[in-house]
Design a protein around this ligand. Structure first.
Ligand code: H2B
Length: 94
């Protein structure tokens, strides 16, 4: 079982630029926009490799040059340190 974020972990959410809480559930979301589909898909490929390496996978969608990513830990029923880590690593890609 993965632990949900404690108060200290929740305070760290504010350090993630561009990510916001999803209304109605314990999850964070960031929307990305690229110059083309090709750039968006390249980004998704890099995120997929991160996700697989961390065994932590995004909920996401792609429409042409836009990618929407929602992070939450299904095994915890909400946000955990795994989401913070993946979000920070995704931010380093852009
Ligand atoms: N991704 C996310 N977002 N939440 C999880 O709880 C999760 C995951 N669990 N990827 C992992 C896989 C788990 O199912 C495997 C068995 O480790």
């Amino acid at each position: 079982m993965v632990e949900k974020l404690d108060a200290a972990g929740r305070a760290k959410l504010a350090e993630l630029s561009g990510w916001r809480l999803v209304e109605g559930r314990d999850a964070i979301r960031r929307d990305f926009r690229f110059a083309s589909f090709s750039e968006a898909w390249g980004f998704m490929t890099r995120v997929a490799l991160l996700a697989e390496a961390q065994d932590h996978h995004p909920e996401w969608s792609n429409v042409y040059n836009r990618v929407e990513i929602v992070l939450s830990t299904h095994d915890a029923g909400g946000l955990s340190a795994r989401d913070l880590r993946l979000a920070a690593d995704i931010d380093r890609l852009v």
